[in-house]
Design a protein around this ligand. Sequence first.
Ligand SMILES: [Zn+2]
Length: 301
Amino acid sequence: MPELPEVETVRRDLEARVIGRTITSCFVSEDAPRLVQLITRESFCESLTGRTIVGLRRRGKYLIVDLDDERAWVIHRRMSGNILYRTPDDPPDEWVRASFGLDDGQELRWTDLRKFGTMWLVEDATMVMESLGPEPLEAEFTPVVLRARARKRSIPIKSLLLDQTVVAGIGNLYGDEALWYAQVHPLRPANKLKPDDWRRLHTGIVKALQLGIAARGSSLGSTLRDHINVDGNPGENQTTVRAYGRDGEPCYRCATLMRRIIVGGRSSVFCPKCQPAPRGTAKKMAVKRKSKGKLHAKPAA
Ligand SMILES: [Zn+2]
């Protein structure tokens, strides 16, 4: 699932290719009824055709294409939306739900296996975004800012990191990575973290995201198709991932076998040694495991 590094990689690639280009044609497939938000497919295509692309921005996981009529074409890739930069002669791609011709003869193809991706055409991009937290790679994001936004929240720190109103752009993969770098257990209640934990977590977030961008995003295992870059090639962050998807494999820091738990309905992989459980958690988990195996186990007190 594309997160900040995957969206940023696409933004950078497109910036080099489409700034100054005029959109000469627009097609949105009938089988993608949720792709265009707020207006009809017809009116979306009518408004987009003839417009020149003047800028490309990113906010959290949103890609914002600025147009010469001062409107913004806002794109959210959700689970598996990808933007490919192709020539019309290139072989067809799978799951193309929309395509956009450019005045240099190239085209942008929107592919989306799961069809959760969304697009808007609006005057102000912020209109269609939830109220997003700070950008984690900007100077505004500091350990103090992160801590202040988490204040009084007793939810697990992993769930807090996925809350886009706390910090923008982090999803399940980079959330696991940041916690591994910070050596913080995913179940630690956010309001119980110490100042030093926040400092390490801030560093971990920045490091995980920067490595993701440097590797042109993550295209891993079963999610291989969820992120491909504009040239159709996968990212290479699988070589730097330290936690996500590594359940049962040795920790890169201490060789202890990594474990997987569910936090807030999402899978979380962590090192039980480097990321010590909050007090009481290990005991609770042991009781759970024990009672599972016994037919007449006493209920946990
Ligand atoms: Zn470890």
